[in-house]
Design a protein around this ligand. Structure first.
Ligand SMILES: [Zn+2]
Length: 297
């Protein structure tokens, strides 16, 4: 399977077999521009170079996908893709059937296939990246909602009085406190010279009190969001994925504390909250799985 992780910063392409082995892998900067031609050229180039027994391609995109029309309808970090007939164009260029999926949904599927949610069929994944995304799987199948936007946990309100405005238009969204972007912002608000979430994490690991308080705050809001999620969905497992999950050892205890305090106790005691086991590859593997097993989508 030709699986693609089309991110706002990096474009990753992999050849994945039906056991989830990554046979080939390529990573480059995502070509930006007014049109998606650069992206199409890069994918077609990789497909030609690997020239092997590919049966289909599966592309995960950082935005909302209209599953019926097979177009990207929202992609804040890749605006050239919006309303572009990506599926049709790629099918023509590559000569294979193409599957399009939102990145958070693909990550949930990847973790269910080979990661922390193996063997489960009621799964929620929460991706802590530039923003906060969510993917919901119910009875082994992606739960999209009636209008395709189920699982938007990043835009659930966790602090309406914070005064912080989110790009979605709401105030006090979870992603304003639990994304990599939020970690950097909160560190700067506390006077740290923070350039990345990774640097804040390193400072926290070496005992910096300010950095530690940033991660505690992140864990607090994440825990509030997860408690709401548990009360609403009662999944078998919630898998936390994305780059900022690297801060797990600094935010997890506060996250668990909030869940224990706020979610319905009997349920919360049974819902497992786990750290991603697929790491960076959750989405790529999920994309491949969705092409191997279309029934999941
Ligand atoms: Zn929002």
């Amino acid at each position: 399977m030709f699986a693609v992780d089309l991110g706002g910063t990096h474009l990753r392409v992999a050849l994945v077999d039906d056991s989830g082995n990554i046979l080939q892998h390529l990573k480059q900067e995502t070509p930006h521009g007014d049109s998606p031609d650069g992206i199409l050229d890069a994918l077609a180039g990789a497909a030609r170079a690997w020239n092997c027994a590919v049966v289909a391609a599966s592309i995960m995109v950082p935005g909302a996908v209209d599953a019926e029309k097979a177009v990207v309808v929202a992609a804040p970090n890749l605006p050239s893709l919006i309303n572009f007939p990506l599926k049709a164009e790629l099918q023509q260029r590559l000569g294979w059937p193409v599957v399009l999926e939102n990145d958070a949904n693909a990550s949930a599927v990847g973790e269910m296939w080979l990661g922390a949610a193996r063997g489960c069929n009621d799964v929620v994944s929460v991706t802590l990246g530039t923003g906060v995304g969510g993917g919901v799987i119910h009875n082994g199948k992606l739960w999209r909602g009636s209008h395709g936007s189920a699982g938007e946990i990043g835009h659930t309100t966790v602090d309406p009085f914070s005064g912080l405005k989110c790009k979605c238009g709401n105030t006090g969204c979870l992603e304003l406190f639990a994304s990599a972007t939020a970690i950097v912002r909160m560190a700067r608000e506390q006077g740290m010279d923070a350039v990345s979430a990774e640097k804040v994490y390193e400072a926290g690991r070496s005992g910096d009190e300010t950095a530690l308080s940033v991660f505690t705050r992140c864990g607090m809001y994440l825990g509030i969001g997860l408690a709401n999620l548990i009360n609403l969905i009662d999944p078998q497992v919630i898998v936390i994925t994305g780059g900022a999950v690297n801060g797990w050892d600094l935010f997890a205890s506060e996250m668990y504390r909030q869940v224990e305090e706020r979610a319905v106790r009997a349920t919360a005691q049974q819902v497992r909250i786990a750290r991603s086991e697929c790491g960076d590859n959750a989405g790529l593997l999920g994309a491949a799985r969705l092409a191997f097993e279309p029934a999941i989508g």
